[in-house]
Design a protein around this ligand. Sequence first.
Ligand code: FEO
Length: 391
Amino acid sequence: MSIQQLVPSVFCVGSKDQHRVLFDQLMPLSEGTSYNAYLIKGSEKTALIDTVYPPCHQELIQKLKDLHIDRIDYIIANHGEQDHTGTLPELLKLFPEAKIVTNAKCKEITMGFLPLQEDQYQVVTDGEELSLGDKTIRFMMAPWVHWPDTMFSFLKEDRILFSTDFFGAHATNYDVFWDGKSDIASLAKAYYAEIMMPFAKIWVKYLDKIESLHPQIIAPSHGPAYKDPSFIINLYRQWAEGPKENKTVIVSVSMYGSTDKMVSLLKKELENKGITVKHYDAVHLKTTELAKDLVDCQGIIVASPTVLTGPHPAVIEPVFLLNVLKPTVRYIGLIGSYSWGTLIANQITALLTNHKNTPILDPVLCKGTPTEETVSELKNLASTIAEMHNR
Ligand code: FEO
């Protein structure tokens, strides 16, 4: 098997997991995902950057055999999550001389999950360098992309930034690099929404630091590497800082059609004002698509009937997703029909613990089927939303 390279002496030894259908038991995958690992052969030392998800470890080990690697001096762990570190114990059996090079937080996390010992680690700090002879790796601490332990490794001579999950995509239909044609932006956006968006306010400052390195290649731990780093850097900047699209999201469920009527009325009013409405059925939720729309929508409306005084359980998942993914939105609204009593406004607001600074619009709740008064309230709601979009 010929092993692909990023540049001479930097080999792609990770694996593609085309059959994986769900990541984190949460996000559906359209083409699986990849776990990228890179072997750097210096004139004096050899380093492996990251390992792979344990069920895929044979592919990594076979590639090392094909490259006739009989010694690894360093295994660099840019991040402790087990899709990149789970194969460490297996590799250390094959290469017992190797030191795990990582930061103190990643050491603590990996020792918590894996049978590893103190003396197997070499702890590094921000700006520290590791010489492989003719190649040098500089470490850049980058906590919260997306765990507190994340760091980047920069191969100075080749100007390659190994960015761990940052800039990743759940993709397998590529060679080594993005070909500049396939729609990687959509896969990268889905990945961003689930993994990176919750911490955007923290990591946005890293974009300037990365640009100041003038990387020639960005090599994340999932998906293709980029020969034009500005492509993915600019996408991250746009997703993190805007501008947002003139778009709102409605996620709804209805039992007997009254809430559906309210959704139709509101949707029509919003569209008449030029606002794009992305409508999601909460019962058959397309989680990935919803997450992507949360990246660049201006707000979200939850539409739910009242079930036993509370919200319909089908809207709890999207509301929970809205809470944990922490998109920057200008408003959150609530509409719905009830029969004899309702507490859904308080109950949904109570779930939005990460949105204490997001305006919650006055709910439009109607007893029974929508009346003239309901229509008027929905028109007012649409006007309020349109004003917020135009600010
Ligand atoms: Fe791909 Fe956070 O691990």
